[in-house]
Design a binder for this molecule. Structure first.
Ligand SMILES: *[C@@H]1O[C@H](CO)[C@@H](O)[C@H](O)[C@H]1NC(C)=O
Ligand SMILES: *[C@@H]1O[C@H](CO)[C@@H](O)[C@H](O)[C@H]1NC(C)=O
Ligand SMILES: *[C@@H]1O[C@H](CO)[C@@H](O)[C@H](O)[C@H]1NC(C)=O
Length: 626
């Protein structure tokens, strides 16, 4: 049900309640720390935009262009656009969408392509004509791609001709669904005739609760799910993030994270538009282009994910890596072993770590200059607990079943100091419409919820993340639920093991996971490792690694198996892939590819090559793993 919002009808207080109910705004705001406080000004901001019927990110862009037409909006591979020039380009694309494709307000349109100026033009043009953008992962092909296009019900797949090789194999299936493939490239857009401005009446019916976009989950455990983003949420995240980061027009914000994903979308592009600053867009991440692009563009803030930082730290030194203008690195997933070395080597004063998920509730922030909050993703002080301790909790998990543990009365058990547990956020059963849901997937939406947690009838949202809080209230990310495994009745956090192995000088990168071994309960620890530059299997010190692992990890957490691989597998958003490695384990009949295996046999002081006879010995129990 869509209620019309007009400031004249509702008082500010009533409006605040209404907006909060619709969008769970206060919930999100409250979870912010360090500058992101719940503020009536955010509510009035939304109310004013709703009243003037200018609720789109495109509207904000248009206003910035009117204010400072000559100011630099976008730098991409040496090309640049001022705000004014970019809005003109958007108008050309928007007119093409309307005149040639007949795109209507409210229609969902699938967009597929890598980072480029044209991609950003299309996103803004679709926004401008009131369409709802379905941000398809350009890395998809086959079943995954067809699934996403079908799910969102788009008539078109508007695609960068660069990803033709992913799209063409699906042409027959897309034809059957009635989906037309439309390719674009830079020269096509440059040749479009100048267009009239988009009439405001086109978007007159879009309200804060209208669906604005669909952003897909990575689908590492099945087909991608589409997360619905409302117009109000999109607007507010951009507005608040710009404020939280203190962005000003003179900032230059570099991202090479994919634009189809929530992080580049809501934590870089929309905040930059709200601030009227300059976006420096990288086509994709590469350690060769990263520092040269950052330095040449005079970027003042860069966006990261943890794995990007690790790559850079493992990479060869670059003449630009300290000679740049970056003041702040902003992102999520920076691991403890990377944090301080990253700051020091690359000469970046502030690391601003955030924890949030596209399909999650709540977010935490740490603006870190020094050791007290280093490696943490948030701080929960006394005041925080007094105000919100009842809305966000960590509960103990059964590591094997991945279910929430229950006490004798059937209720969940809160974690104590330093005890890892899944983070839950309380839901108000009356406000469910505002909780992030998956598009056309009620089952998956409901699976994220759980009731009767602390009392009958209560309702909570499962974050899927394991965290712990120390006695100072510092919050640490422990593992994604399902990654932590049990061995010899102990819980092993794959992240914590990986952090330790990552410090071994001959290891560049590592991916830790638990594998099933016949005849054993729980899972045995395995680590896929990429050797540091110049190190080979003949020069790698397998004895030193065994000694090091035993000295820094409890016995049960020392990986029993190593899988030596030339490169780790990542998703397009640089999340590490564990699924295939877990499935294959060390079973010679399941393992694919050329990776080499080692193991730590009982009583051995070093890792030794692992062969089929060793696997047979484990299976027939002539060898017992310890
Ligand atoms: C997806 O991206 C990865 C890493 O960038 C690449 O290796 C792979 O070939 C890509 N797959 C497709 C289908 O584009
Ligand atoms: C907005 O809604 C009104 C009333 O339903 C309708 O007449 C009008 O055509 C709609 N405008 C657009 C651009 O869809
Ligand atoms: C493992 O985790 C479970 C659930 O959080 C907890 O009850 C148990 O005590 C942990 N085991 C150990 C040995 O820490």
């Amino acid at each position: 049900m869509a209620l019309p919002i007009t400031a004249g009808v509702l008082s500010t207080a009533a409006l605040a309640l209404y907006l909060n109910a619709k969008h769970h705004l206060i919930h999100d705001l409250r979870h912010g720390r360090g500058g992101l406080a719940p503020s009536p000004s955010h509510v009035s901001y939304l109310a004013a935009r709703a009243a003037s019927k200018r609720v789109l990110t495109f509207h904000v862009l248009e206003e910035q262009a009117a204010r400072r037409p000559e100011h630099l909006f976008l730098l991409f591979e040496g090309r640049e656009w001022s705000y004014g020039a970019f809005v003109d380009a958007v108008a050309r694309v928007a007119n093409w969408l309307v005149d040639e494709l007949g795109v209507e307000a409210g229609e969902v349109v699938a967009l597929d392509g890598g980072n480029s100026a044209e991609y950003l033009m299309l996103w803004m043009a679709l926004d401008a004509v009131g369409a709802c953008v379905s941000f398809v992962n350009w890395n998809l092909t086959g079943e995954g791609l067809v699934h996403c296009v079908k799910l969102c019900g788009s008539r078109y797949l508007i695609t960068d001709s660069d990803v033709r090789h992913n799209v063409e194999p699906c042409r027959a299936q897309l034809d059957d669904l009635g989906v037309a493939i439309v390719y674009y490239d830079a020269s096509f857009f440059a040749a479009l005739p100048a267009g009239a401005p988009i009439p405001p009446s086109r978007t007159e019916n879009i309200t804060l609760e209208s669906m604005r976009g669909l952003i897909y989950t990575s689908g590492t455990t099945g087909l991608p799910k589409a997360v619905v983003m409302s117009t109000g949420r999109d607007l507010l995240v951009g507005h608040m993030t710009a404020q939280y980061l203190g962005l000003t027009p003179s900032d230059r914000f570099y991202t090479c994270m994919p634009l189809y994903h929530g992080a580049a979308h809501g934590l870089c592009v929309t905040p930059s538009i709200h601030a009227g600053c300059t976006i420096v867009l990288g086509r994709k991440f590469s350690h060769r282009t990263f520092w040269p692009e950052v330095a040449a563009s005079r970027a003042t803030i860069i966006q990261y994910v943890g794995e990007l930082c690790r790559y850079l730290l493992n990479g060869p030194s670059n003449p630009h890596e300290r000679a740049h203008c970056v003041k702040v690195a902003w992102g999520n997933g920076m691991r403890p072993d990377v944090w301080e070395p990253f700051r020091q080597r690359f000469n970046i004063p502030v690391i601003n770590e955030l924890y949030a998920a596209t399909d999650g509730l709540g977010a935490t922030f740490t603006r870190n200059h020094g050791p007290f909050t280093a490696h943490t993703i948030g701080l929960r002080g006394k005041l925080w607990h007094w105000r919100h301790g009842d809305e966000e909790v960590r509960v103990k998990m059964d590591v094997d079943t991945e279910e929430i543990m229950r006490d004798e009365n059937g209720f969940a058990i809160r974690c104590g100091v330093n005890e890892p547990g899944q983070v839950l956020h309380r839901l108000d059963p009356e406000l469910l419409a505002s909780v992030p849901g998956y598009y056309e997937n009620e089952e998956a939406t409901l699976k994220r919820r759980i009731s009767d947690v602390f009392e009958e009838g209560d309702l909570w949202f499962k974050s899927g993340d394991m965290m712990r809080v120390d006695s100072h209230g510092r919050v640490y990310f422990v593992d994604r639920l399902g990654d932590t495994f049990r061995w010899k009745s102990e819980n092993v956090s794959t992240n914590e093991v990986a952090d330790m192995l990552g410090k071994f000088p001959q290891i560049a990168e590592t991916n830790v996971y638990g594998i099933a071994v016949p005849g054993y309960d729980g899972r045995a620890g395995a680590a896929s490792i990429v050797m540091a530059d110049g190190v080979t299997e003949s020069t790698f010190d397998f004895q030193a690694l065994a000694e090091y692992a035993r000295s820094v990890l409890p016995g049960y957490a020392v990986p029993l198996f190593l899988r030596v691989t030339p490169a780790l597998e990542y998703t397009g958003t640089l999340k590490i892939q564990k699924g295939r490695l877990k499935r294959e384990g060390v079973d010679p009949d399941l393992v694919t590819g050329e990776d080499r295996f080692y193991w730590l046999p009982p009583g051995s002081g070093r890792y030794l090559p692992f062969e089929r006879k060793d696997w047979e010995a484990i299976k027939d129990k002539t060898v017992r793993l310890t």
